[in-house]
Design a binder for this molecule. Structure first.
Ligand SMILES: Nc1nc2c(ncn2[C@@H]2O[C@H](COP(=O)(O)OP(=O)(O)OP(=O)(O)O)[C@@H](O)[C@H]2O)c(=O)[nH]1
Ligand SMILES: [Zn+2]
Length: 353
């Protein structure tokens, strides 16, 4: 692997295979974004950056701009305060939301997250439908989901066991860890899931205990540790760093977007969370059967025979309705990904004299 020195910030073979730059190009990871300004990290440390004007000129969609977790090509002249970002490396995974009323644009919440912890409280927040929605979004972006049931100190063990059973009977197969920030039960188990050089984040509704958990993982350091102050473009700003490195080497992305992570179109994710239904549909009479009353529908028959829960099917139908709405944008995106390599080359040729 060529960029070993970046491994501590999450670099791996996957990024290596897409590399289109020469040995003199420098690569950094985005640690935070604040409007026009970026915090970047590489083997030399943390520094500020901004996107090259020519890149902005060519990229108008929100998700085409770098977000926290992205790997970027950057040029930094000696003695310069700012690095100039002139392109983004392909994303391994995306955590993103549809923009309201916009078919082709996404709001990126984070890029290149390996594992997303879906945090739900087993006390007030427990709701399997909502968990399924989160799962679909996470899997659609390519990351691995893991469910965290927090505040286990507030319910009886029997209730907790029932909740876990409810998750499994909804067909959810992701790992589940229950934990309490009060009794510390389950925290060790969570620690064992965190590997050095892998990137993690925590999503979930307000009040489920995400901040408490993240603060604990980073060892009670204040969350703004590592921010860099300085004067840029005539403004004096402090940017809070969102990509953090734990003592054991695991990387955690923590930003306000994790709280707003709602539902978006997600065909791939649906296929994974509802693999039982997708498997059955191959036996429906019509290839494009929507399982809403068509004749000889294997899915509806399975529900009638008690082999599939009606609730699970209802959730599936609700989600696929929402996401078929966004199909066009996914096709668009796939094409974009294919063109990306060619594109990087041409952009760079134009940029460098
Ligand atoms: N009983 C109990 N309370 C907890 C636990 N974890 C967190 N809390 C409490 O729950 C409340 C919300 O916790 P936060 O960590 O702020 O939750 P959050 O998910 O970050 O919420 P937002 O910042 O609004 O997104 C706080 O009063 C915490 O002290 C737990 O394991 N058990
Ligand atoms: Zn069918």
């Amino acid at each position: 692997m060529k960029h070993n020195e970046l491994q501590k910030w999450g670099w791996d073979e996957w990024f290596e295979q897409d590399i289109t730059c020469g040995p003199s190009d420098s690569i950094a990871r985005v640690a935070a974004v604040d409007r026009e300004q970026f915090l970047l990290v590489d083997q030399t440390g943390i520094f500020r950056g901004r996107v090259a004007g020519s890149y902005r000129y060519r990229h108008h969609l929100a998700h085409e701009l770098p977000c926290v977790g992205d790997w970027v090509y950057v040029e930094k002249s000696p003695g310069e305060e700012f690095g100039v970002v002139y392109s983004i490396l392909p994303r391994k995974t995306s955590l993103r939301r549809k923009m309201a009323g916009n078919a082709i644009e996404y709001q990126m919440i984070a890029a290149n997250v390996d594992v997303v912890f879906i945090v739900v409280s087993c006390h007030f927040d427990f709701n399997v439908n909502r968990q399924e929605r989160y799962l679909v979004m996470v899997q659609d972006g390519g990351a691995e989901p893991c469910l965290l049931l927090t505040k286990s100190d507030l319910v009886e063990p029997a209730v907790l066991a029932e909740q876990k059973a409810a998750i499994r009977s909804a067909g959810i197969t992701s790992p589940i860890v229950s934990l309490s920030n009060v009794t510390e039960e389950g925290l060790e188990e969570l620690q064992t899931l965190l590997s050095p050089g892998r990137t993690y984040c925590f999503v979930g509704s307000s009040g489920v205990g995400k901040s408490t958990l993240v603060n604990r993982l980073i060892g009670h350091r204040k969350l703004d540790t590592g921010s860099v102050s300085g004067t840029g473009e005539g403004r004096h700003t402090t940017v809070r760093r969102e990509l953090l490195r734990l003592a054991e080497g695991a990387l955690v992305i923590d930003n306000p977007g994790m709280r707003e992570f709602g539902i978006i179109g997600a065909e791939n994710g649906i296929a994974q969370s509802y693999s039982d239904i997708t498997a059955l549909s191959s036996r429906c009479r019509y290839r494009d059967c929507r399982h809403t009353g068509e004749p000889c529908c294997a899915v509806v028959e399975a529900v009638a025979a008690g082999e599939l829960s009606q609730e699970h099917l209802d959730n599936y139908l609700k989600l696929s309705e929402e996401s078929s709405f966004h199909q066009m944008s996914r096709a668009e995106k796939r094409k974009k990904d294919r063109d990306f390599g060619k594109h990087v080359k041409s952009v760079k040729k134009n940029l460098r004299r």
